[in-house]
Design a protein around this ligand. Structure first.
Ligand code: PMP
Length: 453
């Protein structure tokens, strides 16, 4: 055994952050990366944190725990849904068995999504739901007598998860395709749709010429490769983790039309955008498109548990059922976990009632305050869509300094690259969204000051 190096485990008795360091990998972070903040408690929209230096900080969660904790923490209804289900049973296999939370959640999802979507597959995370959707597209083509059609068309700048199938449709650079070549399938990429904005949440602004040109180019590429293509996958209107970019709904519509023309399975990844985040119940509604397959996750359980769902059209469902295999070829151990389904059922019931008013409140405060940041010379762009506010810098600032400045204002952010953004919990009051927005603004002003010094 080699001697423990500088990142070896710390003895217990140290702070949690110290014990964590060298022991645990955090997302995309080195074992000896910056020490994490420790969460002591989470209630409502507030996290009680302990800094690596041991300081206790109360902070509003401007990230909603990577966009899931839309109802906040310790929500009484969600807590109750979990506790009630625990006292029944926490998990049973889904092979050959079913249960009330799964059936009721699937019925509700079918009810709240477009009528064409009639079937549900429960996956254990967003990434896994994308895997299922991709497999479904390949199975669909095989069932239609076209087994050679196995590639997926997608746009650059996208993000669909970290498993290898999902990675294959992420932006090649962000998805590290070169690093994992041989492992990650070679999909067909087209340019990202031209950027567009909707400052008032109704009218979209984009360069019309670029949009028309983009559509023509994508059509030409897809037609050329039609014999290899199984489906199209895209994040509707907002590309999230790939860069928090918004694009014109016309581009989404064009992809839907292309899928119809070439008989491709049209998959929309609503994992980040679903349940109201962009100001529509589902972001596909911006373009009035109905997908063949829709992936949802994140806000589905209000961030209480990991769960995603793949909603599938009656047409695709029929083709799969009439195929030689008859089944959708996937089936994880924790499929349809009763605890996750029970809490998701309650989460979606609540979202349905409250999302519209909540997201309008978030949007109003973000759009009033964040544009001030556009005046800073270090800021390249400010954009707001629904309950999403983004400040993009010309150059990536020091993320730790940004986080610290925002924490001094009482808000938790997790900047990445050139982006500082927020997706607040839906339950934030007007005052809380304002606090988040001003903290974002102050952090941007701090970057400007540092740049000038
Ligand atoms: N698709 C999109 C659009 C996402 O934003 C994410 C997560 N950020 C995923 C898929 C992957 O979901 P998960 O992290 O639950 O696997």
């Amino acid at each position: 055994m080699p001697e423990p190096g500088p990142v070896g485990n710390m003895p217990s008795g140290e702070s949690l952050a110290a014990r964590d360091r060298g022991l645990l990998w955090h997302p995309y972070a080195a074992l000896d990366g910056p020490a994490p903040y420790t969460v002591e408690a989470a209630e409502g929209v507030t996290l009680t944190l302990v800094s690596p230096e041991g300081e206790r900080i109360e902070a509003i969660d401007g990230m909603a725990s990577w966009w899931c904790a839309v109802h906040g923490y310790r929500n009484p209804e969600l807590d109750r849904a979990v506790v009630d289900q625990v006292t029944e049973f926490s998990h049973v296999m889904f092979g050959g068995l079913t249960h009330r939370p799964a059936v009721e959640l699937a019925e509700l999802l079918v009810e709240v999504t477009p009528p064409e979507l009639q079937h549900v597959f429960f996956a254990d995370s967003g990434s896994v739901s994308v895997e299922v959707a991709l497999k479904l597209a390949v199975q669909y083509q095989a069932a239609r007598g076209r087994p050679e059609r196995r590639r997926i068309l997608t746009v650059r700048g996208g993000y669909h998860g970290d498993t290898t199938g999902a990675m294959s449709v992420c932006d090649p650079e962000g998805g590290m395709h070169a690093e994992f070549s041989g492992l990650v399938a070679e999909q067909l990429f087209v340019a990202p749709p031209p950027a567009a904005t909707t400052p008032d949440g109704t009218v979209w602004h984009a360069d019309e010429g670029s949009v028309t040109q983009w559509i023509e180019d994508v059509r030409a590429t897809a037609r050329k490769h039609r014999g290899e293509l199984a489906g199209i996958i895209v994040e509707p209107v907002l590309q999230g983790a790939g860069g928090m970019r918004t694009y014109h709904p016309t581009c989404l519509r064009a992809l839907r039309d292309l899928a119809d023309e070439l008989d491709l399975v049209f998959i929309v990844d609503e994992i980040a955008t679903g349940f109201g985040r962009t100001g529509k119940w589902f972001a596909s509604e911006w373009a009035d498109v109905v997908p063949d397959v829709m992936c949802v996750g994140k806000a589905l359980t209000g961030g209480y548990m990991t769960l995603a769902a793949v909603l599938v059209s009656a047409v695709v469902g029929e083709v799969i059922t009439a195929s030689e295999q008859r089944a959708l070829m996937h089936g994880p151990t924790f499929m349809g976990n009763p605890l996750a389904c029970a809490v998701a059922l309650q989460s979606v019931r609540m979202l349905r009632e409250t999302w519209s008013e909540d997201v309008a409140r978030l949007s109003a405060a973000l759009s009033e305050i964040l544009p001030v940041a556009a005046e800073l010379s270090v800021v390249k762009d400010v954009r707001v869509i629904g309950g999403v506010g983004v400040v993009e810098f010309h150059e990536a600032p020091d993320p730790a300094a940004l986080t610290r400045t925002a924490l001094e204002q009482g808000v938790w952010f997790r900047p990445f690259g050139t982006l500082l953004y927020t997706m607040p919990p839906y339950v934030c009051t007007d005052e809380e969204v304002r606090t988040i927005s001003y903290a974002l603004l102050r952090a941007a002003q701090h970057v400007e000051l540092q740049a000038g010094s």
